[in-house]
Design a protein around this ligand. Sequence first.
Ligand code: PLP
Length: 391
Amino acid sequence: MAHQWSDRGFSTRCVHAGTFEDTLAGGVNTPIFASSAFQVPGPLGTVVYPRYQNIPGQKAVAEKIAALENGEAGMVVASGMAAISSVFLALCQAGDHVVLQRDLYGGTLALARKELPRRGIEVSWVDSENPEDFAAAVRPHTRLIYVETPSNPLLKILDLEALAREARSRGVFTVVDNTFATPINQNPLDLGIDIVVHSGTKYLNGHSDLCCGAVVARSDLLQAVGSAVSLYGPSLSPYDCFLLERGLKTLALRMARHNENAMAVATFLAKNPRVERVFYPGLADHPGHAVAARQMRGFGGMLSFEPRGDTETAHSVMRRLKLFKPAVSLGGVESLACFPVETSHASVPPAEREKMGIRETLIRLSVGIEDVEDLITDLDDALQAVGEPKP
Ligand SMILES: Cc1ncc(COP(=O)(O)O)c(C=O)c1O
């Protein structure tokens, strides 16, 4: 069980938790179990089938993620959106009401704006980082509160312990997308949150070569999510389980470097006269810094900033970047840059984006594990596009 790992360090859990013992050949890695047909009755003592989330590769990597999140049980699925939509499908039905933070990944926003109402689920949005504002949005038929912290793309921080307390006292489930923080930096379940979801496509895998997702929760809640996954079918293939498990072995090491590099990059940008605003929870003047310092062990590898000047200037800065590749997605070993208005939040109507505070000039960086001096030089060169800063 995942909780047996709680007295071991995160690096140890990354390497060892969940590994399926190869008693046939003595290999140290979980073998790739490439079967979709398993004998009945078989040695595992149950009906085994990939869509039921119980082939050994799925169970091994799910247990590793659960161990890292200090959760009772975990599950891996075919994408982050599969994890998120399965939670809504499992816990909500027509007539229910859900409360969502407004600053969320664009795909989650689209799901809540288009799909949930189509299924008769009512949605309220909260434009604040104050847990009491989430509590105030709760109604008698509210089923769950859904948030991201740090959020995508403005790195807003929510006090998870206070949010969980408010929600519990009202009998409402809480769900946190922990993709940006990763379990190395933050464990929402320890703060009283009910369910954690991940886009494993990002830091968990860490090498930008795989799409997957994960859910971690109490066993009874996870069973409900598992039923939805079995019926709707977004299962993860044994080959992808192998890749994800391999990536996870270095998660703690990678996150230490991501944290360090992003802090240095944010500090450089914050001092740079060619930069208008920087969003990084590790900076002392970030509005969520005190809460982040309390509930996170590191501030993560994601940050956003606005160069001074207009949209054309911001595009010139982007074009000059050499090491930071202009790309969607995040959380890999390589540094990436994107305009959220063109990528993660392209599906959000402009008026709503404006309300969220996402400007056309906002550049989001996924700071990789390269030598940080090289990353800073790359940004410094690109920012020359802004011209001479006004005194
Ligand atoms: C914070 C966050 N959550 C969820 C997702 C969705 O994950 P996936 O693309 O693996 O479905 C993303 C994707 O960018 C994300 O950034």
